[in-house]
Design a protein around this ligand. Structure first.
Ligand code: SAH
Length: 216
């Protein structure tokens, strides 16, 4: 008898949206397989949790498209000992995926109810290596730095200077930069204090607001 194809929504999402589009890092795919995306989506749209798109999470914000989360995570090229800073906690999904790959995740969000929601979800999923802060993350998290990796999950006009200061030598920062409506997902490697850029793809993120971001 022929074996039927999987109906597990996480597996389908990984096979079709991630592997199908060229995500190859098995550690990243395993981390995504280990995090239930539906736990990070508001109850009223939970049936769409595995859809191939960003979804609204309230307060005008979104949980990023699965492919975008995978691409950013792969680009960070993390090690198990890393301390990673994320700007823009949102639903907490990206932080949860990172928490499976690295030692400590530090995540900053400016919308308090979103931060509180993410904190609650991390508790339910027993994720213990994520630290949360309610603040303007465009200036980083100075007293916890420097970090091995930094990811900004909101669109910035340019790479925020204080984030570069808080990135270790040899570190990687991934950030969508461009205009308020259109950006490129950029990866920068810091060597001898200088950033070397690689453009990953065109993208559209919600704006990074704050001191090194856009005005509300
Ligand atoms: N990583 C998130 C995606 C969230 S969308 C996830 O996996 O769900 C981007 C988030 O960045 C929004 O929640 C928005 O409120 C937040 N944000 C925007 N500007 C910010 C700033 N200056 N500091 C911290 N968070 C910010």
């Amino acid at each position: 008898m022929a074996t039927s194809a999987t109906t597990d929504p996480t597996r389908l999402m990984i096979d079709e949206q991630l592997v199908g589009r060229g995500i190859r890092d098995q550690r990243v795919l395993d981390a995504i397989a280990a995090v239930p995306r539906n736990a990070f989506v508001p109850a009223e749209i939970r049936s769409r949790a595995f859809d191939d798109c960003a979804l609204p999470i309230g307060y005008g914000q979104t949980i990023s498209q699965p492919y975008m989360v995978a691409l950013m995570t792969e680009a960070l090229n993390t090690k198990a000992t890393d301390r990673v800073l994320e700007i823009g906690t949102g639903s907490g999904y990206q932080a949860a995926v990172l928490s499976k790959l690295v030692a400590e995740v530090f995540t900053v969000e400016r919308v308090k109810p979103l931060l509180d929601g993410a904190f609650e979800t991390f508790g339910k999923l027993n994720l213990k290596n994520i630290h949360l802060k309610h603040a303007d993350g465009s200036i980083g998290w100075g007293d916890q730095g420097p970090f091995d990796r930094i990811v900004v999950t909101a669109a910035a006009p340019d790479v925020p200077a204080m984030l570069v200061d808080q990135l270790k030598e040899g570190g990687i920062i991934v950030v969508p930069t461009g205009t308020r409506d259109r950006q490129q997902l950029m990866k920068f490697t810091k060597q001898k204090g200088v950033l070397t850029p690689t453009a990953l793809c065109d993208c559209r993120f919600v704006p990074l607001l704050g001191e090194a971001g856009w005005t509300a």
